[in-house]
Design a protein around this ligand. Structure first.
Ligand code: CA
Length: 270
């Protein structure tokens, strides 16, 4: 099977108030990444229980949390408090979360992780196509959300470094030479396979939607042709994956798109 599990195992709904303190202690600090400590996270979420749960967990991990209860308030906070990352609930009382992404992307490149409810695929994919960076499905595990946050913040730092050589485990993708190696051995890719890998590599560790890949590789007008992608992803996995039936690098995000994992330890939920 190609739609392999991708670490999305934990499930936790917001805990009742009594257990929050205990949770904060047990999830606190151990994997804190020093260059991310103190990053400012804007949470746009109308449910007070989830805001409270996130405040406890994010603070325990050294992040500063700014809160907004509505889309309008979120947009105002994004403009005035300069967050390093935005966590955006797609189901807000005053506006569609998708509109919030579109409005934010008119002027800001801040990473956005959307929180969606199972079955909200259309809105979620719309938000990703509009420029959101990643998503977590409710009910989510805090470990998974923290991993997504680390990836998004790390990506901002890597973008600033602008390195044309992308390393993912044994894979090395040289965007200047258009050369791909695994453990030092050159891997011959067709031009289309290379272009698909390039899009995923540039956005490594983040989900890239079917239509984003199709648009980047085939151009406008091919956004619906997801069967092309399935065929090419199969070929890429046969060339790149140690075990193509259990992909480690090229993960399927069911109904959404694909994700190239650069470092399994970074995205594994603790
Ligand atoms: Ca909501």
């Amino acid at each position: 099977m190609t739609d392999s599990p991708d670490g999305r195992t934990g499930l936790s709904t917001p805990p009742p108030p009594g257990v929050e303190a205990a949770m904060a202690t047990c999830i606190g600090g151990e994997d804190r990444n020093s260059n991310q400590a103190g990053a400012r996270v804007l949470v746009v979420e109308d449910e007070p229980q989830i805001r409270r749960f996130l405040r406890v967990a994010l603070t325990a991990h050294g992040y500063q949390m700014i809160e907004a209860k509505s889309g309008q308030e979120g947009l105002a906070q994004a403009a005035t408090s300069h967050p390093d990352l935005v966590i955006l609930d797609l189901g807000l009382p005053d506006m569609d979360g998708l509109q919030v992404v579109q409005r934010l992307r008119e002027w800001s490149t801040v990473p956005i992780i959307v929180l969606s409810v199972r079955g909200e695929d259309r809105v979620k994919i719309g938000a990703l196509d509009a420029g959101a960076d990643d998503y977590v499905t409710k009910p989510f595990s805090m470990g998974e959300l923290l991993a997504r946050i680390r990836v998004a913040l790390r990506h901002t730092a890597l973008n600033a470094a602008n390195d044309p050589v992308i390393v993912a485990g044994d894979l090395r993708i040289d965007l200047v030479q258009r050369r791909v190696t695994r453990a030092g051995q050159e891997i011959k890719l067709t031009p289309t396979e290379y272009e698909i890998l390039k899009v995923l590599a540039i956005h490594r560790d983040r989900v890239v939607t079917h239509s984003q890949i199709l648009r980047a590789v085939w151009g406008p007008g091919y956004q619906e042709e997801t069967h092309y992608l399935r065929v090419y992803m199969g070929q890429l996995r046969r060339k790149l994956e140690p075990d193509p039936a259990r992909p480690r690098y090229l993960l399927t995000e069911p109904r959404v798109g694909y994700r190239l994992i650069s470092s399994p330890s970074l995205t594994d939920s603790p």
